[in-house]
Design a protein around this ligand. Structure first.
Ligand SMILES: NC(=O)C1=CN([C@@H]2O[C@H](COP(=O)(O)OP(=O)(O)OC[C@H]3O[C@@H](n4cnc5c(N)ncnc54)[C@H](OP(=O)(O)O)[C@@H]3O)[C@@H](O)[C@H]2O)C=CC1
Ligand SMILES: N[C@@H](CC=O)C(=O)O
Ligand code: NA
Length: 439
């Protein structure tokens, strides 16, 4: 039985996907069962790094998703529209869907999976998070019996590349971003990556799978890396940390009993990560996702989070899952129920803790007048709001200004922010250039 694929998009990931499907030797035998039946693009005249019969290409993507011969629609055009409408139309037509589009799933996952379940089709998205790293399927299947406590990831390669270079070269954000753009590591419009939006989409998807409930994207706290400076990276290094953009989904615990609550923490922000932590050594464009669960403990998935070949590897593995299912169904009864290990099974929304309630450690860099009593006053200010200080170091003095770095013990965010507000009122505090969270 041949399964006919309608490929929407023949850009970076589309080309990679076609390359694998057209070269099945030494891969899983099911690759041979897949036919690239139609390919939808924006421009028919664009030169492509792949040979396909000209009549397979069309600019009419609607015709592909409504073509009765197409079994699986593979959406690789990206963006919100027309991607969302094409996916929904494919589902209405009874077609299975594979997508790499985290933006559309994080915003319209509810609508898409509800429609897919009603139509009895699958929507698979391994490539949408961590590119080639298998993480969606493991969360659904191999780790599915675990009670997940936390998912912590470096899920954006662009920001990891920039932060790694800042760490290695001591350069400032803007200069390294400009160079990363020149070298093709960062996009001309870097907003989605550097402001943490891409990572927020990805952690919303991972949290939904790990904690078995839908996530509203607006519940994910999101802070990017534009304000991370070379000084912070250098001070963090002296204190035994590296700075990473982390995407965190964690089951909250009750402060009194340490028991798990039905609330989740969902946040993306630059974070001081202890150098001995497994995520600290994930550098350059690499991604890694650390999953903590009961009874498995810690498992870390590491690898290439983007790129033609790695991302296509994830896309084709999803296609094969569907092909395998279709082949086994063709010999079983018609109108099979959906395989719950492939389908989306959750209906409710997760409760997400407000940021003000979240407990974490903080790193603060202050510029203060170099006068007697300043450090004591900083300590009193924090103490007034039950913020306990782990370390306070006066690192540099420039003229009359001292640079002071404080690392706190774990504290509720609202207490910390209240202490900071009081501190900013203190005449001898000239500036608070950085506040970062510590893992
Ligand atoms: N690139 C990567 O490393 C990764 C990408 N992804 C995701 O994969 C998806 C695809 O990304 P990528 O391959 O990089 O994107 P590209 O921009 O390289 O390719 C997009 C393709 O879609 C076609 N296309 C876009 N809009 C339309 C439209 N309105 N009508 C017809 N065709 C259209 C383009 O046609 P034409 O060629 O004619 O312009 C092009 O072939 C995105 O959702 C992205 O987030 C996920 C992980 C990593
Ligand atoms: N822009 C993303 C790649 C695709 O998901 C990144 O930098 O990681
Ligand atoms: Na993946």
């Amino acid at each position: 039985m041949t399964v006919k694929v309608g490929l929407l998009g023949l850009g970076t990931v589309g080309i990679g996907t076609a390359k694998i499907l057209l070269d099945p030797a030494e891969r899983h035998p099911l690759v041979k069962a897949v036919e690239i039946y139609r390919v939808g693009v924006r421009s028919l005249d664009k030169p492509r790094a792949i040979e396909l019969p000209r009549d397979r290409l069309t600019t009419d993507l609607q015709a592909i998703v409504t073509d009765p011969n197409v079994d699986v629609v593979v959406e690789l055009i990206g963006g919100l529209e027309p991607a969302r409408s094409l996916i929904l139309e494919a589902i209405r037509q009874g077609k299975h869907v594979v997508t790499a589009n985290k933006a559309v799933i994080a915003r319209y996952g509810d609508e898409i999976f509800t429609a897919a379940n009603e139509a009895g089709v699958y929507v698979l998205l391994e490539a949408a998070v961590g590119g080639g790293i298998p993480v969606i399927q493991p969360l659904k299947q191999a780790l599915g019996v675990n009670r997940i406590q936390a998912v912590t990831g470096i899920v954006n390669g662009t920001t990891n590349y920039i932060l790694t270079r800042m760490q290695e070269e001591g350069g400032d954000f803007e200069a390294i971003l400009a160079d990363a753009q020149k070298l093709g590591y960062a996009e001309a419009d870097p907003t989605a990556d550097v402001d943490g939006l891409d990572a927020a989409d990805k952690i919303a998807i991972l949290a939904s799978l790990a904690f078995g409930g839908r996530i509203k994207l607006e519940d994910v706290f999101c802070e990017g890396i534009r304000h991370v400076s070379a000084s912070d990276i250098a001070y963090a290094d002296r204190l035994g940390f590296v700075i990473k953009l982390l995407a965190i989904a964690r089951r909250d615990t009750c402060p009194m009993s340490n028991e798990a609550l039905e609330q989740l923490q969902l946040r993306v922000h630059p974070t001081l990560v202890p150098k001995h932590h497994p995520l600290a050594s994930v550098n350059d464009v690499y991604n890694a996702i650390l999953v903590e669960g009961d009874p498995i403990g810690q498992v870390m998935f590491f690898g290439p989070g983007a790129g033609e070949g790695p991302t296509a590897s994830a896309v084709v593995s999803d296609i094969l899952n569907i092909v395998g299912t279709l082949q086994s169904q063709s010999v079983a009864a018609a109108s099979e129920p959906q395989n719950p290990l492939l389908a989306c099974t959750h209906q409710h929304y997760c409760q997400v803790s407000p940021m003000a309630d979240i407990v974490s450690r903080f790193y603060v860099r202050l510029l203060a007048k170099d006068q007697a009593g300043v450090i004591g006053r900083i300590g009193t200010c924090f103490g007034n709001h039950e913020v306990s200080i782990e370390s306070v170091v006066q690192i540099d003095v420039h003229g009359e200004t001292a640079e002071v770095v404080v690392v706190t013990h774990e504290v509720k965010e609202s207490n910390f922010q209240a202490a900071l507000a009081e501190l900013r009122e203190f005449a001898n505090i000239q500036q608070v250039p950085s506040v970062l969270r510590v893992l």
